[in-house]
Design a protein around this ligand. Structure first.
Ligand code: ADP
Length: 468
């Protein structure tokens, strides 16, 4: 009983849980895209800003250092020519050919007091990972300060505004320095090159990126929980309306049953006394009888679906039965109809596959599949009913060589009242409930139906029912 209840609940809620999952996934996809785009944009903007800050800092130091170029140049030229600086010159390194090696500002300006030197040095040059170099107008290095200098490279063109260069993790800025003459014309004095390492910046950006990823992960987690709650809340009214609709279908079918039974009984009485019916009304009576029979069938189908939707299946009629017997009976029953339609109906059944089921319902299930196969297979076709065992399930297949179902229509064929247009033009009868009922019956028996079909080639409906 518990299992039946679970199955019934599962059937009615299956559709909604799928819908909820789809909604949640779409929501998460949108959120993930927005979060991804947002965090990437934040990272790019911050990285750009930090690089701009670094460049601004390079320009600032270059401008400050440029104002000292004239003094430095003057001192440097004297250093190389006059002996009176020999006291300081001995601290200055020379290359093997006797030329002066690049010297520091402190070495050059050592003859002055420490205080005045400090005024010349752009602050804070003593920090790690940066350096300033002063060049003459022939781009010959004179003096340098700091501890980071770029590889020997000089760009072809250095505009008066200066030139930024990136070499690996080293960023440098070259600024040409001009002096104004009395005539108002300016001439090139030399260059200042300021260099900084981008290592610290990269480390900072990496740390920022990691924090951003953690933030996005936490936000995604919270949004997933929120999304679950939101989708559940948004589906509640739909679920309520669905329940009301099911209740309405059940009530309406129930209410329609009695008047329809009365109509059918009255028609049956009238048809049993043909002498009382006016000859002109005989055909009309037949049409009314056929239409009311069709309506009764529809009402019964709706009632069956409404009942299985609303409550656990009634297992009173369930018993131990051999599936091959049910299928054999049906093949016998439909053989005449198949012959009339010029179709070959054949069976390949393994005997004694026992299941616990309602025989009337299982007959209904297979009858629906068989009538469909007969309806949608053109004359000369073959319909095969087979039964075999697969692990602890019985597998019954109704296979035809009929019109087949298009791949884009396959997901809908078990929906209630769904019919393919192609089939509609072939066969005007039928309500579009046959497969929905077949699936419901299979599911209430703990099984399922699957379908393989190829347009113009045929279809194969496979019913899986658990064995005893
Ligand atoms: P109907 O009363 O229209 O047969 P069903 O629910 O039994 O309703 O079937 C739904 C639709 O699935 C049919 O209208 C038809 O388009 C398609 N269909 C079902 N069985 C077959 C089959 N054996 N071959 C081709 N199409 C089929």
């Amino acid at each position: 009983m518990l299992i039946s209840k679970q199955i019934s609940k599962q059937i009615s809620q299956e559709h909604f849980s799928k819908l909820q999952t789809r909604l949640l996934l779409s929501y998460l996809l949108v959120i993930a895209t927005i979060l991804g785009a947002f965090s990437t944009a934040v990272y790019v903007l911050v990285a750009l800003d930090r690089h701009e800050q670094l460049d601004a800092n390079l320009r600032q130091i270059a401008a400050a250092s440029a104002s000292n170029l004239e003094i430095i140049q003057h001192e440097y030229e004297e250093l190389t020519t006059e002996d009176k600086y020999s006291k300081y010159k001995r601290y200055i390194p020379r290359s093997t050919d006797g030329n002066l090696m690049p010297i520091t500002l402190y070495q050059l300006m050592g003859k002055y007091k420490a205080d005045s030197i400090l005024e010349l040095v752009p602050n804070p040059l003593t920090l790690n990972g940066q350096g300033v170099e002063w060049f003459d107008r022939q781009q010959q290095l004179m003096v340098r300060e700091g501890n980071l200098f770029p590889p020997d490279f000089w760009p072809e063109i250095v505009t008066p505004e200066g030139k930024l260069i990136q070499q690996g993790n080293i960023r440098s800025f070259i600024l040409p320095v001009y002096s104004a003459t009395k005539s108002g014309k300016s001439h090139l004095l030399g260059y200042v090159r300021v260099t900084k390492s981008t290592d610290i910046l990269e480390v900072e950006l990496h740390q920022f990126q990691q924090k951003l990823i953690i933030g996005v992960a936490i936000a995604s987690g919270l949004l997933t929980v929120g999304g679950l709650w939101l989708t559940r809340e948004s589906l509640k009214p739909v679920l309520r309306s669905f329940e009301q609709l099911k209740q309405f279908t059940s009530d309406a079918s129930h209410e329609l049953r009695s008047p329809l039974t009365a109509i059918r009984a009255s028609i049956a009485v009238m048809q049993s006394h043909p002498e009382r019916v006016h000859p002109a009304d005989v055909d009309k009576l037949k049409a009314i009888a056929s239409a009311s029979a069709q309506m009764s069938q529809l009402v019964d189908d709706l009632l069956l679906l409404a009942r299985t939707d609303r409550q656990a299946p009634d297992r009173v009629a369930w018993r131990r039965i051999a599936l091959d017997e049910i299928l054999e009976d049906l093949v016998d029953l439909y053989s005449d109809r198949a012959e009339e339609a010029n179709l070959k109906l054949q069976s390949q059944l393994i005997p004694n596959l026992k299941v616990h089921a309602d025989p009337a319902q299982l007959s209904r299930l297979f009858a629906n599949l068989l009538t469909n196969a007969l309806q949608y297979t053109p004359p000369g076709g073959i319909i095969t009913v087979s039964l075999r065992r697969s692990h602890n399930h019985a597998l019954a297949c109704i296979e035809d060589t009929g019109i087949g179902i298009a791949p884009d229509q396959l997901p809908y064929i078990f929906d209630r009242f769904w019919r393919a247009d192609q089939a509609r033009s072939q066969h005007q009868g039928g309500s579009g409930l046959g497969l929905a009922i077949a699936k419901t019956i299979a599911q209430t028996h703990g099984g399922d139906i699957t379908v393989h079909s190829q347009l113009g080639q045929g279809s194969c409906f496979q019913v899986k029912i658990p064995l005893l």
